[in-house]
Design a protein around this ligand. Structure first.
Ligand SMILES: *[C@@H]1O[C@H](CO)[C@@H](O)[C@H](O)[C@H]1NC(C)=O
Length: 276
């Protein structure tokens, strides 16, 4: 879970919408990009009426109103509409924001969430912002790392794959990112595989020349990160490459002997005999 990132995304996303409408009453809208069936999400709408007063604040889902706040309404300023796609609670409210919690979210809760504010007389100015949320049927599982061999040779072009454990039809593909020893792998070393005509793909491969692993000391830790909005899952594996002994490679005839024998005890024996 990476809440700050999600929040930042939501805020920037909404600020972009705001720019388009040249608004000034609505300050931000926070709607998570993804959630899971039966999950709980927090929605937040921040406003600033400036010199005018708030007449009403409404929330809509797919253009159906599900929440209304009318401060001047003496008997029950808050009106929560009946809905069977989620359970709604007002978390907090003041003269700057309304925060709602949706729980027991169903697949039908996927869609556009819009917050609309209406200023009082005389301006009756209306502003709204919206953001899209997708409800996924399953929570994210750690990715599968495929095709990792026990050991590689320095001359090998190492290719390993990473993909989601399972993909539901019509659900968004998580982002897949490879890291080598904690650093993001260059884009040139990452490649989508299993592409189909509709633009979908199965996973992302990581390509590492065996020599790169040799240069890193004979092994690297590769990590695959799967992310969907604020959700992230990881898996990692160690890639090992057989190391040649430099000291032996320069000794006469030792190179071929090493290739054939290859065990450390024999290497030590060879080293000894070379020294004598
Ligand atoms: C809202 O719209 C989305 C598509 O944009 C749809 O998947 C979802 O089922 C709709 N939900 C309701 C309750 O209308």
């Amino acid at each position: 879970m990476r809440r700050p990132a999600a929040l930042l995304f939501a805020v920037t996303f909404c600020l972009q919408i705001l720019k388009g409408s040249a608004g000034s009453l609505l300050k931000s809208l926070e709607v998570p990009q993804f959630t899971f069936v039966s999950g709980t999400v927090t929605l937040r709408c921040v406003y600033d009426m400036g010199s005018s007063k708030l007449y009403s604040l409404k929330w809509y889902h797919n253009n159906t109103e599900f929440y209304r706040y009318v401060p001047t309404e003496r008997n029950g300023p808050v009106n929560i509409g009946p809905t069977n796609i989620f359970t709604l609670h007002e978390v907090s409210r003041d003269d700057r924001h309304v925060t709602l919690s949706l729980s027991r979210v169903t697949a039908a809760a996927t869609g556009a969430y819009r917050c609309e504010v209406l200023a009082e007389h005389p301006s009756f100015r209306t502003e709204s912002m919206q953001s899209y949320m997708t409800v996924l049927s399953h929570s994210l599982s750690p990715p599968l790392i495929k095709r990792v061999r026990e050991i590689y040779e320095p001359s090998d072009q190492i290719t390993v794959g990473c993909q989601p454990q399972k993909m539901e039809k019509d659900e968004p593909m998580p982002k897949i990112l490879w890291l080598i020893d904690g650093k993001q792998a260059p884009p040139a070393q990452q490649e989508k595989y299993g592409r189909s005509l509709d633009g979908s793909y199965t996973g992302v491969s990581l390509n590492i020349p065996g020599q790169q692993v040799v240069d890193a000391g004979g092994s690297v830790l590769v990590e695959c990160r799967l992310s969907l909005g604020e959700f992230e899952e990881r898996a990692s594996k160690t890639i090992r490459v057989r190391m040649e002994h430099k000291s032996l490679a320069s000794a006469p005839n030792a190179g071929s002997a090493v290739a054939v024998l290859g065990t450390s005890a024999l290497l030590a024996a060879l080293l000894l005999s070379a020294a004598l």
